[in-house]
Design a protein around this ligand. Structure first.
Ligand code: ADP
Ligand code: MG
Ligand code: ZN
Length: 449
């Protein structure tokens, strides 16, 4: 018979079409998870291939794996991809038909379920009938893994807190002997400790963590007030240059980009200005009808619309690998948010550009908004502690922008990486230090007078 190692390599080729692992960490995580021996925590940046770390081990054991994911859109995406590979994967959620649901449940209740991966939202995991089903699968020794993807959603310190994630810990405790696999791209030390605690991970937890450093992303901060030209012209040039970027002979026609703005109005305004400058852009925000938003998103996914000008309501769960730039026309609200949003660029591993347009006016407005938001919540200790974190995440970002220090180093410091990233001229401070220093000095002079 094949050894576990041979089975893993066979499945990697057979189901996923890869002959090797993407990284040493991905490999060691896969091997350790495949042993089904205890709980595991995996932290790797977006695009590093976290899904494979549980999908591959799921294929080498008999039985089924449950995957919790926060959004139906994310779930559909993954299930479709798996089905495309010939893997028996399904999802149970509020949007499937009664007939589909019956079919899935019948399989799960059968003596030999055929499904290998079942994706669900945390809401379903809280339902009694579903919990009973999991207990019965476990009793029959057919439950392989309890996977919690986007595990930072379990933490209130995180930027995408989902209260329903909190219930997962109690469920996990009842699934005796089933390894829990928690995965995330963005976790500060506070968030990590919440993941351990709230998911009831059992020590010794094996931890696989790679640096948050994304060497293909070029980071730069531009001070709007000190641009020699009109900021919209500057943005236009940035867009054109990024969309024309080709490395390793990549197809430029697939390149697209995202511009984030704080308000609906500014989305429309920026999109409007870009259109007059012959940029193929569209605004996307919560003020549009669902059908309009879906259409804009699909056009962008297909590359018919090159630039989407959006509020932060756009992006989570959007899996597009050829995003060549992410521009922030306004300052985001925390360092974690900035890392997450800008990190949607360059998932294919090729050169991509992240530019943040900074101004004193915007900084002061955002400071006011953040303080106001915290004021509204003042009262109990829990929220006061959270407010302190919000303020810290915000101040860190402000400092990150205003400081003359490698941007990648700033990001790694925030996420408490062990190593200092080798930026290799992939940020403004390292690539054009004189210009960058001049702009920061000019800005600092401006705010002190
Ligand atoms: P993450 O969840 O860490 O953001 P994904 O799991 O979505 O990343 O994977 C990102 C991309 O990397 C996907 O397109 C996936 O097919 C690809 N990928 C994962 N593992 C490998 C591998 N061993 N070899 C080649 N490509 C891989
Ligand atoms: Mg993922
Ligand atoms: Zn640098």
């Amino acid at each position: 018979p094949l050894t576990l190692e041979e089975k893993i390599y066979d499945a990697l080729k057979k189901y996923f079409g890869h002959s090797k692992f993407k990284s040493e960490t991905q490999k060691t995580a896969c091997f350790e998870i495949a042993k089904r021996n205890g709980d595991i925590y995996v932290s790797m940046p977006t695009g590093a291939g976290k899904s494979l770390c549980f999908q591959l081990p799921a294929m080498v054991h008999k039985g089924i794996s449950i995957v919790i994911s926060p959004l139906i859109a994310l779930i559909y995406d993954q299930v479709e991809q798996l089905k495309g590979k010939g893997i028996l994967a399904e999802s149970l959620n509020s949007k499937i038909t009664v007939k589909q649901k019956k079919k899935i449940l019948a399989d799960l209740n059968s003596e030999k379920p055929k499904l290998k991966l079942l994706y669900i939202t945390p809401e379903l995991a809280a339902q009694d009938y579903f919990r009973e089903l999991l207990f019965s699968l476990n009793k029959k020794k057919l439950l392989n893994y309890f996977v919690v993807d986007e595990a930072h959603c379990v933490s209130q310190w995180g930027h995408d807190f989902r209260p329903q994630y909190l219930e997962l810990g109690a469920l996990k405790e009842k699934l005796t002997g089933v390894p829990c696999i928690a995965l995330t791209a963005t976790a500060t030390p506070n968030v990590v400790s919440d993941i351990y605690k709230n998911l009831s991970l059992k020590e010794p937890v094996k931890k696989f963590k790679t640096s948050v450093f994304r060497s293909n992303l070029y980071y730069e901060i531009l001070f709007k007030d000190f641009l020699i030209e009109d900021p919209f012209d500057n943005l236009k040039k940035f867009i054109e240059k990024s969309l024309n970027e080709s490395s390793n002979g990549s197809d430029v026609s697939k390149n697209v980009g995202i511009i984030y703005c704080r308000t609906r109005d500014s989305c429309s305004q920026v999109a409007g200005r870009l259109i007059t400058k012959n940029i193929n852009a569209k605004a996307y925000h919560a003020g549009l009808k669902n059908s309009e938003r879906d259409e804009i998103q699909s056009e962008w996914m297909e590359g018919k619309t090159k630039v989407i000008v959006a509020t932060i309501s756009f992006g989570m769960g959007v899996d597009k690998s050829t995003v060549r730039f992410v521009a922030h026309w306004n300052i985001p609200k925390s360092m974690a948010a900035y890392y997450q949003e800008s990190g949607r660029a360059g998932r294919d591993g090729l050169r991509a550009y992240c530019r943040l347009y900074y101004s004193k006016e915007d900084r002061d407005l955002l400071t006011f908004l953040v303080k106001q938001e915290l004021q509204d919540k003042k009262g109990n200790n829990k929220t006061d502690a959270m407010s302190k974190m919000t303020m810290e995440g915000f101040n860190f970002l402000i400092n990150f922008c205003e400081e003359f220090k490698c941007r990648h180093a700033g990001i790694s410091k925030y996420f408490d990486d062990d190593s200092v990233p080798k930026c290799n001229q992939s940020c403004d401070v390292c690539k054009v230090p004189n210009e960058t220093k001049k702009m920061i000095d000019q800005y600092k002079k401006g705010i002190s007078t």
